[in-house]
Ligand binder design. Structure first.
Ligand SMILES: O=C1O[C@H](COP(=O)(O)O)[C@@H](O)[C@H](O)[C@H]1O
Length: 478
């Protein structure tokens, strides 16, 4: 190319300044080495999620390496990867490309030499993905601290991040010895959920909502994630974890942070994470009372066409552990914006007709006497679905033929299906080295701090473990 052509070329009107044309991009070559590759999470979520990202992006060339302590023949591993990708409907070209380059390397994740060998086998810029139980993260970090690491190494670690507050703090400290925070991704797929991502646009893109997003206008906020699913053979993980740690601590508090935080100056990782950390730092149990948190577990019942055994009769469950399958927290947010507004967080398994949404209940309007709603619930409710991203606004209007009667109508705004699943959205951030959808270390610690008094009270047996029939709505009188 001549010097002159460089200086005289006019911008192509079809190109967007600052965004390179995808066709002209040199693919970034990355290798993701998955510790815990033989686990359910890798097969069910991680590998399909990676497939989705590679399928959707033309600028990523990815090699997957499976790693676990128990050896596995390469052919068997390749078949696993293929089945996992095909089962998720990933395009044939992507499946073939990922299967042809993948391999399995038996690795003891606590052995520095074996981790070194695993990283040496990466042909692209390495990502070490720790998909192991929470208690294993620290051993991996301590082993990594003993070896020279590639400068371009990224580390990703699955949530729950540690077993409790002290463990999360120790894990953060151990990881800080290995990589700087901006090269570390704590994975929470809820951050890739369309509603959670869309919270910023909805809250700060609508002056109508922004102006009323406070205690003066809002009476209560519910963040609910009930599931029809039961244990699904995950006793090894779930029976030691329970709904409080698995869902409320790990995921729903992140949703609360985005719902309740102050306005970030810009949508950059630092600004958004600073605001999230700030608001979580102000969250406490309602009146500091652990007895406001409730727990229950399912008994035998029918969910749709499936008959669930009682949780305690599920395979590999230790009934003496008193693991809850449903947890509810009542929280207060001690910022001027939220004085006196209860935040209810709840998640349960084995629930019939489950609710999965953020519901913002506005205060009742002081309508003139004679306009009272007959059902007594004349409040406006904004409901953001946590499955699919649709937003519903339940508005109170006057009936067409009954000018002094109020009734409720529902407006729906559906942004449509996202191209990437929530999991893939978060993995795309990792592969593109954008930490916006990663959980920063101090935020992970805040989440543990908030639930710690409840963990302690429940361990001491201070709160009864109630029961609900699988397929029911769960306890309704809390
Ligand atoms: O991380 C987890 O999330 C799922 C619920 O999320 P979904 O996107 O799969 O609906 C939950 O079932 C699981 O217990 C938990 O570990």
């Amino acid at each position: 190319m001549s010097d002159q052509s460089d200086t005289t070329t006019q911008p192509d009107p079809d190109t967007v300044p600052g965004i390179p044309d995808a066709e002209s991009l040199e693919p970034t070559k990355r290798t993701i080495a998955i510790l815990g590759a033989n686990g359910d999470l890798a097969k069910r979520l991680l590998i399909p999620g990676l497939g989705e990202v590679v399928d959707a992006a033309r600028d990523i060339s990815l090699q997957i390496i499976g790693a676990a302590r128990t050896p596995q023949p390469n052919e068997e591993w390749r078949a696993t990867v293929r089945a996992s990708l095909e089962g998720a409907g990933i395009g044939a070209r992507t499946v073939d490309a990922l299967v042809s380059t993948t391999e399995f390397i038996p690795t003891d994740a606590s052995d520095p030499d074996e981790l070194r060998a695993l990283l040496d086998a990466c042909t692209g810029s390495p990502i070490l993905y720790i998909a192991l139980p929470p208690s294993a993260g620290r051993k991996v970090a301590e082993a990594l601290a003993q070896i020279d690491l590639p400068d371009d190494l990224l580390i990703a670690i699955e949530k729950p991040f540690g077993d409790d507050l002290a463990d999360a703090q120790a894990l953060n400290a151990a990881l800080a010895d290995v990589v700087p925070e901006e090269r570390l991704w704590r994975i929470d797929h809820f951050l890739g959920n369309a509603t959670v991502l869309g919270m910023l646009g909805l809250r700060f893109g609508n002056r109508l909502l922004e102006a009323g997003w406070n205690a003066e206008q809002i009476e209560k906020v519910e963040i609910l994630y009930d599931e029809e699913l039961g244990l699904e053979g995950r006793a090894a993980f779930y029976d030691q974890t329970g709904a409080l740690r698995d869902m409320l601590q790990s995921h729903l508090l992140m949703v609360l942070a985005l719902t309740a935080m102050e306005r970030p100056d810009a949508v950059t990782p630092t600004d958004v994470h600073d605001r999230m950390a700030e608001v979580l730092g102000s969250v406490r149990l309602w009146k500091d009372d652990p007895s406001t948190a409730r727990r229950a577990r399912y008994t035998e019942g029918r969910v749709g066409d499936r008959l669930f055994p009682s949780y305690v009769d599920e395979p590999d469950v230790d009934a003496s552990r008193e693991t809850e399958t449903l947890a509810q927290l009542l929280l207060q947010v001690d910022t001027p914006r939220w004085q006196g507004v209860p935040f209810v967080l709840r998640s349960g398994k084995g629930i019939g007709d489950p609710r999965r949404e953020v519901a913002v209940h506005f205060r009742r309007s002081a309508a003139p006497t004679g306009l009272d709603a007959p059902d007594g619930h004349a409040d406006t409710v904004l409901r953001m679905s946590l499955k699919g991203g649709a937003v519903h606004l339940d508005l109170i209007v006057t009936g067409a033929d009954d000018v002094d009667g109020l009734r409720r109508v529902e407006l729906e705004a559906d942004p449509g299906a996202a191209t990437l699943s929530a999991y893939a959205q978060v993995l795309a951030g990792l592969l593109q080295e954008n930490t916006l959808l990663s959980v920063r270390g101090d935020i992970a610690e805040q989440c543990w701090r908030i639930v710690t008094p409840v963990v302690t009270a429940w361990a001491a047996g201070e709160t009864p473990l109630e029961e609900y029939e699988a397929g029911s709505a769960g306890p309704t009188d809390w």
